[in-house]
Design a protein around this ligand. Sequence first.
Ligand SMILES: [Zn+2]
Length: 370
Amino acid sequence: MQFKEVVGQQVIKKNLIQGVKSGRISHAQLFCGMEGVGSLALAVAYAQYLNCENPSDEDSCGVCNACNKYQKLIHPDLHFSYPTIGANMLSANFIDEWRTVFMANPYINASQWLQHIGTENKQGNITAAETHEIIRKLSLKMFEGPYKVLIMWMPEFLGKEGNVLLKLIEEPTDNTILLLVTEDRDKILSTIQSRTQIVQLNMLSEEEIYEVLQSKYNLPEEQAATISKISDGNLSAAIALMGEVDNNFHEIFRDWMLACVKNQMGDVLMKVEEMNSLGRMQLKNLLSYGLYVMRACILYNHGVYDRLIANSSDKDFISKFSRFINPKNVHGFAQEFSDAIFHIERNANPKITLLNLSLQVEKLFKIQAS
Ligand SMILES: [Zn+2]
């Protein structure tokens, strides 16, 4: 992974490179950023830069022996640690899956990873056995160097076992660099936080996401525009949305809302069944699409709609639907949809969540602007 493959984050890349050039490399760093901003990708690119045999002022060379091994994540001095499923599991048990998944999508999120290696509802964990394995691995001699690097993705999955690592974080063995990559700094043991240097990543802009969807994934202009709006600066979400934001979404949402407006309980129940069969991930996307529609309606009502809404199939729907959305009920809609997404993400029963949401939405439709 080279810096140029990591979306945005220009200032942070520059600072990291500057640090290496001037020999100020902290031995324990905590990369912090919301889901989908690329913290893991950046940590891997940084590690590759550290070990590249011929780095420039902007990036690793991408062709030397070290870079070659780094691109495939098989450099013998590069170690990964991440949440796994099952007692006493080691990250090494899943290394083949890890390489495949990361190389296909360096912006993967934790639930996608856990789904990949287990079942959806299992809790991930960085086990006590794994922490001892880390200490063992990092005590081995260096194979190729110049740095041994451990990238721990999601230290928030460490329980108290994490304290075993404190000594290592405080006084790492020679030329060992620990890069911890978190989405939620508050969930990390404070003893670990206080011993690391923070590298804070920025949110991605709508334009940055739009650019990637077009250039890397060849998404049609309209679809890229819609997804970059819905995904809220989260590239993991944007990638997951590809192929799932289509006319079908638009139809399901439209018919469901129509049933709610008309208070037709039979139709609402039918739509709930249909949405329930989408599966959790798609359902979450559908609800995010709903949030986007609500926002778009407000823009339409303020007359700034043409400039901001690119997708023409949405346009027609939004122009008609926007008369049901007004300043008095829009916050309620946003709140209810956000809450439903929150519950779906946390494994609430999708059917009950959708029924509840439908009832709230019916009430909100009755609130008039004046
Ligand atoms: Zn290189």
